[in-house]
Design a binder for this molecule. Sequence first.
Ligand SMILES: [Fe+2]
Length: 281
Amino acid sequence: MARTVSRFAVPDLGVGVGYRVPHYTQVVEERPAIDWFELLSENFMVEGGSPIHHLERLIDAYPVAPHGVSLSLGSEEDPDHVARLHKFVERVNAPWFSDHLCWTGTRVHRLHDLVPIPYTPQMRDHIVDRIKSIQDRFGRLFAVENVSAYLAYKDSIIREQDFLSEVVERADCGMLLDVNNVFVSSCNLGFDPVKWLDSIPMDRVVQIHLAGHSIYEKYRLDTHDHPVCDEVWALYREAIRRIGPVSTLIEWDDQIPSLARLAEEADLARRHRDEALNAPV
Ligand SMILES: [Fe+2]
C-alpha cells in the first residue's frame, strides 16, 4: 500500500487532547507531556475574561488548533457567529480550523447536536459554497469532519464517503477524519469501515479524531465518555498506514478523567501511531 503525500503544508502536531475546563489551570501550571491541545471554538469566542486568560496562557505553552461545533454547514450562515469565529481563529493563528459536515439548527433555534445531512447534489453544492466562502474570508485552511450516523435519509442518493470526497475536492479544503465516527457509523448502518477509508482522498486529511463510544443493544452512540476501543485503535492504524504521520487528537468530553489519564490515552495513541508508521507498506 503506497502512503499518501499530504497536499497541504501543515505540521504534524503529534498526539493531543481537548483543552477542557477542569484542566485549564493544571495544564499551564504542570505542562504535561501532551503534544498539543484542541480548542473548542465556541468556548473562546468572547472578548475577554477567564476563557481568554486561560487561552493566552495555553498558546504561550503549546501548539493548538480550533475546532467548532456550531458552524452548521448544512444550514444558512449566521454572520454574527462567523464574525466572532473569525476573530478567535485570528487570535490563535493556528495552521487550520475545523467544524463538522452536519447541521446544528438555524440562526434562531440551536439543536446542540451534530445532525447528519441528506447526501444530495443540492446539499453538496450548498456546503461547498459555505466552505469556500469561509475559507476565502479567513484566508486559512478549513478542515471538515465526518460525523457519526444512526440512520440514513431516504433522500440521500450519494454515499457519505463520496459526498465528503466531492465536497473537499470542490471546496479545496482539508479533512478532519474522525476514526471513531467512521466506526460507529459502520456498525449502525452496516458498511465496511476500511473500504470507507479507501474511498476518501487521504491526501486531504490534516487531523484525526479518536474517541470512545457507548454500546447499546441495537446501536452504538458517539458519547466521548470512554477510552478508545480496540476496533477503533485498529482502524486508526489502518488510517495512519495510508496517511502517514498526521496530527491526532483524543476527544473525551463527558465523564472527563484526570489529566494524567488523558495523557496515558495520548501515549497509547502515540504507540499505535508508531506501530502503524513502522509497519511494512
Ligand atoms: Fe470528532
